[in-house]
Design a protein around this ligand. Structure first.
Ligand SMILES: C[S@@+](CC[C@H](N)C(=O)[O-])C[C@H]1O[C@@H](n2cnc3c(N)ncnc32)[C@H](O)[C@@H]1O
Length: 229
């Protein structure tokens, strides 16, 4: 994307009423539309969604295809897409606004800081959609299902809250299974070939993300794990 176009999107991002950003991770303040500084931990339902419905996070949401699709399917639930990339979130926020999807919001931050922005038990479910597998040696701690990340999710995910991982990466799938086994977590669903199963093991696996559609990695199959912490 041209740099000018990207800068334009960054400046527009906070004109959306459904976008929050964090610039300064030493405190829990988020910048919201109109440049207001707000503390949102434990307040998302009351202050943003204005309802008491459960909240699902989509981590590494990119353009937020899962948040948008599930928000349409489940109007009685709330969804928050989280990603570090502003231009991608811009796209999701624009679609949510155009479609009048009041049950979707976006948070631009690094996922490792999420415990600052969500309170204990505030989140009901997590989807992790096509996270980067970080293949280089010594980088496995950056995988979004590494123990350090799971420890972070534990701070705001309800007890027995589901974690869904959808990935095209064998490395990410195997790594996650190893972590699940090592820390004696509970797997509810596990498939190595989402579209090879008939019927699919979960009804929402038919949603295709931008990355999945582009088939950048040329993967043979899409994998899915559902587990609790
Ligand atoms: C391969 S893309 C997938 C995006 C989207 N889920 C899709 O399937 O089209 C991975 C995304 O994870 C985001 N990401 C990776 N590590 C992150 C982190 N620690 N904090 C925030 N975002 C992160 C990247 O910015 C990128 O948008």
């Amino acid at each position: 994307m041209a740099r000018r176009n990207k800068l334009l999107k960054f400046s527009e991002l906070l004109t959306f009423p459904n976008v929050y950003e964090n610039y300064e991770v030493t405190n829990a303040l988020l910048v919201a539309s109109q440049d207001d500084q707000v503390e949102m931990a434990n307040k998302w339902k009351k202050e943003h969604f204005k309802n008491d419905n459960p909240i699902t996070l989509e981590l590494a949401c990119g353009r937020g295809e899962y948040s948008l699709a599930l928000a349409e399917r489940y109007p009685e639930r709330n969804f928050i897409g989280v990603d570090a990339k502003g231009a991608r979130i811009w796209k999701g926020a624009q679609i949510a606004t155009a479609k009048g999807l009041d049950n979707v919001a976006f948070l631009r931050t690094r996922i490792e800081f999420c415990h600052l922005f969500f309170g204990k038990n505030e989140i009901d479910e997590i989807w992790i959609t096509f996270p980067d597998p970080f293949l280089k040696k010594g980088k496995y701690n950056r995988r979004l299902t590494s123990p350090n990340y799971l420890e972070c999710y534990r701070k705001f995910l309800k007890k027995d809250g589901l974690v869904h991982l959808k990935t095209d990466s064998d490395v990410m799938y195997n790594h996650t299974n190893t972590v699940i086994e090592k820390f004696k977590l509970k797997t509810n669903l596990d498939t190595y070939d989402v579209y090879g199963d008939n019927p699919m093991v979960h009804p929402d696996l038919d949603v295709k993300t931008y990355y999945e559609n582009a088939n950048i990695s040329n993967a043979d199959s899409i994998k899915y794990l559902q587990f609790t912490l």
